[in-house]
Write a protein that binds this ligand. Structure first.
Ligand code: UD1
Ligand code: CA
Length: 476
């Protein structure tokens, strides 16, 4: 009787992880590949890879890609995983057939679904260890679900038995089988030798005419190999995102869990159900997040900050003790400790706001370096500008950084005072301690400690209005 390959007693089994990620995702009705749809702020597949590479080195993790393979590869290539191309997607069994050559050097392969992003490294390890301890050819992770519709059901060899007879897909279920609550989670461990010996025996004899990996349970049973179930206590971890509704549900669960983790670590989040915080965001203790805030991407927020309502902060680094007043959009920026931003400020990529600096109402910054303690409090555009420490930028100031063809830089040295409504036509430099008069148009460099005025002189025509009113005529 053939037996599952027993691992050599003196070494750990060589383990590969295969992630099935080639499908189109028909049920999403999308032009984008299913595994690139995002939950918790990153693609489904990125979550699964993150769990996998905690269990095995990235080179032993094989993403099986097919539909829009180049896009999928590009989006996760930075993780260092290997790829297998499944040119035609003829089912989950076919996906594994495609990976045959890649899997040959291994003893065990753990198979993950690229569309089930909640799986954790600890469950993958438990599945692997259970599989090894049972000396099985196939171990499938199972879960009990209140509403199992859509999932494959587990037919055990007996009520109390660990051994599995077969997995039956939703559209082949008999009326009695529909009552089975134990579902196939879509995660498996296989011993590579019996898998490769038998995988050719899969057939397309099913309503979708596909090669189902789930049929390996029956195929291996026929070959007298051992097939067992490893039940997980946590049905949450195995949810798959096949429809928009399921994706949104998974997204909500990820974000709720994220908020709970942050709160457990000392962050106050008021009305967390109104906040959107991505999986990889980091926030320090004693920071308060008010309702309706989005914190996205690789954002890091320090301790003792207050992020007031209606802010959207993405891919930014915010220091300790920063106050972000309501309605700010901060993207790809750095804000140093104790700075005050907003309300309604827009920090665009490349902006670096120094310690204790203020960026106030309706101020837009792009590629700005604003020094320690400097202030730009009202109605201002600061683009491609390097501003020193202790500078006061008056209301309505504009750096004219674009000449229609190229971008140019404005340099404002320490201690400068820029009067309201100044326009600084770059490239231009205002030297240390200089003053720029209100409403000046500055086109030439201003030396240190001087006053620059670049505006028309005021003239007053006495009696002009009175004369217009009485005669309808005016002299000039
Ligand atoms: C699958 C299982 C079902 C289980 C459920 C758990 C099969 C036949 N059914 O159903 O028993 O309850 O997962 O979530 O396996 N894929 C490929 N190549 C293909 C086809 C699919 O890589 O040719 C990938 C998909 O991109 C997806 C994964 O395999 O990431 C699972 O495929 P999917 O079509 O979502 O299977 P389910 O219908 O969810
Ligand atoms: Ca699925």
């Amino acid at each position: 009787m053939p037996t599952a390959k027993v691992n050599h007693p003196n070494r750990a089994p060589r383990t590969a992880i295969a992630i099935m990620a080639a499908g189109k995702g028909t049920r999403l009705k999308s032009k984008h590949p299913k595994v690139l749809h995002e939950v918790g702020g990153k693609p489904l597949l990125a979550h699964v890879i993150a769990a996998a590479i905690k269990v095995a080195p990235a080179k032993d993790v094989f993403a099986i890609i097919g539909h829009e393979a180049d896009r999928v590869r590009e989006s996760v290539a930075h993780t260092g995983v290997s790829f297998v191309l499944q040119k035609e997607q003829r089912g989950t069994g076919h996906a594994l057939m495609t990976a045959r050559e890649a899997l040959k050097p291994y003893d065990v392969v753990i198979v993950l679904s690229g569309d089930a992003p909640l799986i954790t490294s600890s469950t993958i390890e438990k599945l692997r260890d259970f599989h090894t301890s049972r000396k099985a050819a196939m171990t499938l992770l199972t879960a009990r679900m209140e509403n199992p519709t859509g999932y494959g059901r587990i037919i055990r060899k007996g009520a109390k038995k660990e051994e599995v007879q077969a997995i039956v897909e939703q559209n082949s279920l008999s009326a009695a089988q529909k009552k089975i609550r134990e579902v196939n989670a879509g995660f498996y461990a296989f011993s590579v030798a019996p898998l490769l010996r038998n995988i050719e025996n899969l057939s397309t004899d099913n309503p979708h005419h596909e090669l189902y990996l789930t049929d390996m349970a029956e195929v291996l049973n026929k070959a007298k190999e051992r097939v067992v179930a490893f039940p997980t206590g946590d049905a949450y971890e195995v949810l798959g995102g096949n429809t928009r509704g399921e994706l949104v549900d998974i997204d909500r669960r990820i974000r709720t869990a994220k908020c709970q983790r942050l709160m457990a670590a000392g962050v106050t989040i008021f009305y967390p159900e109104t906040c959107v915080i991505d999986s990889d965001v980091e926030i320090g203790a004693d920071t308060t997040i008010e309702p309706f805030v989005q914190i996205l991407g690789a954002t890091h927020i320090g301790s003792d900050c207050r992020i007031r309502s209606y802010g959207v902060i993405s891919n930014s680094k915010i220091g300790d003790g920063v106050l972000v007043r309501p309605g700010c959009v901060i993207d790809g920026a750095r804000v140093d400790k104790t700075a005050v931003i907003g309300p309604y400020a827009h920090l665009r990529p490349g902006s670096e706001i120094g310690e204790g600096a203020h960026v106030g109402n309706f101020v837009e910054a792009k590629n700005l370096r604003l020094g320690k303690g400097s202030k730009a409090d009202h109605l201002t555009y600061l683009g491609d500008a390097e501003i020193g420490e202790g500078v006061n930028v008056g209301a309505g100031t504009i750096t004219c950084n674009y000449d229609g063809v190229n971008k140019h830089k404005t340099v404002i040295e320490d201690g400068v005072f820029i009067g309201s409504d100044a326009t600084l036509v770059a490239p231009v430099r205002v030297g240390k301690g200089a003053y720029v008069g209100a409403a000046s148009c500055i086109t030439d460099d201003v030396p240190a400690d001087s006053l620059a005025l670049g505006r028309a002189r005021q003239i007053v025509k006495q009696g002009w209005t009175k004369s217009k009113r009485s005669t309808g005529k005016t002299s000039q």
